[in-house]
Design a protein around this ligand. Structure first.
Ligand code: NAI
Length: 337
């Protein structure tokens, strides 16, 4: 039985992890705070930590984890940009993640954001509730026949392609390691600059790495079609938020959908409605009528939560049995090799 300290716990994490931890195979201790250098002290005798997207696993925190006896970090998410993998390797702490839980959860949310923005249903919803049935300002456009650029054609990008193929879209893609034979539908792999120049809608499904940090900046937006619709459900720092604001102000960006935000760790997954938003960039973004932001909920479906919990427990089982999780994260993955 492994003693596991679970950080950033919400009611739904506990619900699904308790179900997956059949016959109480492991001793799970739930903590609400995020894991950081400050909260390492909550660990009392556990040998594994289970963490989520905004827990902080920098070199200093990892070293403190080592000192209290942590041998395994089990991420209950796919992305691992919040873990210093080099430091983890040096300290010989194993890192595991959940590479594929339900690409459909994120892909369907991505397409939901696209449809909402291009048909302006977020605005129609509020108008109709106030008795305003005017269509002024609600003119949309069809998805059929539009060029959609998909950046990152892994599990989620591929699923987005499959869904959009059904809408009759023309699909363009860019991937650092393209694998055209593995695409479920016809997709044209093109250089990134060509994808920017030709796409009516661009959606991001690449991991956050040093290479993709602020991939979407002023220059990239400049290279796009006027009125381009951008959707980011990958990681916040793939886009430069200040550049987005400039693009929205100049109407270069026609609409923007974000499920992730660079500084989200400070307030996502929390109810701050009584405090107000302290982040001025975020506050500016939500003033635009053509911006739709959701609080990192792409993964949040029943099916995905079941799969995440089951894979997390499987990682812990395997580590306990043979010292290696089912889905290890390696340094090689981080540098994109
Ligand atoms: P994946 O690993 O299956 O696919 C990522 C793809 O990006 C790979 O094909 C890879 O070759 C490509 N890639 C790597 N570096 C690139 C670069 N510099 N430029 C273009 N492509 C590059 O990952 P998956 O499952 O499709 O997830 C993608 C991302 O979505 C994750 O890294 C995570 O950050 C994010 N995510 C967001 C969720 C949400 O709730 N909003 C939930 C799950 C994942």
């Amino acid at each position: 039985m492994t003693q596991v300290a679970i950080f950033s716990t919400k009611s739904y994490d506990r619900e699904f992890l308790d179900i997956a931890n059949v016959s109480n195979a492991h001793d799970l201790t739930y903590f609400e705070p995020r894991l950081s250098l400050d909260t390492v002290r909550l660990i009392t005798g556990q040998t594994a930590v289970c963490v989520f997207v905004n827990d902080e696993l920098d070199a200093e925190t990892l070293s403190a984890l080592k000192q209290v006896g942590i041998e395994l970090i089990a991420l209950r998410c796919a992305g691992f940009n919040n873990v210093d993998l080099k430091a983890a390797a040096l300290l010989e702490i194993a890192v595991a993640h959940v590479p594929t839980y339900s690409p459909h959860a994120v892909a369907e949310h991505t397409v939901a954001m696209m449809l909402t923005l291009i048909r302006k249903t977020h605005r129609a919803y509020n108008r109709v509730r106030e008795g305003n049935m005017s269509l002024e300002g609600l003119l949309g456009f069809n998805l059929k026949g539009k060029f959609i650029g998909i950046v990152g054609t892994g599990n989620i990008g591929r699923t987005v392609a499959e869904i959009l193929h059904g809408f009759g879209c023309k699909l363009l893609a860019f991937d650092r390691y393209p694998d055209p034979d593995n695409m479920p539908v016809p997709v044209d792999f093109v250089p990134l600059k060509d994808l920017f120049a030709a796409s009516d809608i661009i959606t991001f499904h690449c991991p956050l790495t040093p290479e993709t940090h602020h991939l979407i900046n002023h220059a990239a937006i400049e290279a796009m079609k006027p009125g381009v619709v951008l959707i980011n459900t990958s990681r916040g720092a793939v886009v430069d938020s200040a550049a987005l604001i400039s693009g929205l102000k100049s109407d270069k960006i026609g609409a923007l959908g974000l499920d992730v935000y660079e500084e989200e760790a400070d307030f996502f997954f929390e109810d701050i409605s009584n405090r107000g938003i302290q982040d001025d960039v975020f506050a500016r973004l939500i003033t635009f009528p053509n911006v739709l932001i959701t609080g990192h909920q792409g993964f949040f479906t029943r099916e995905a939560m079941i799969a995440i919990a089951e894979t997390t427990i499987a990682n812990i089982n395997a580590f306990e049995a043979c010292g290696k999780p089912v889905h290890p994260v390696t340094l090689k993955q981080h540098i994109g090799a």
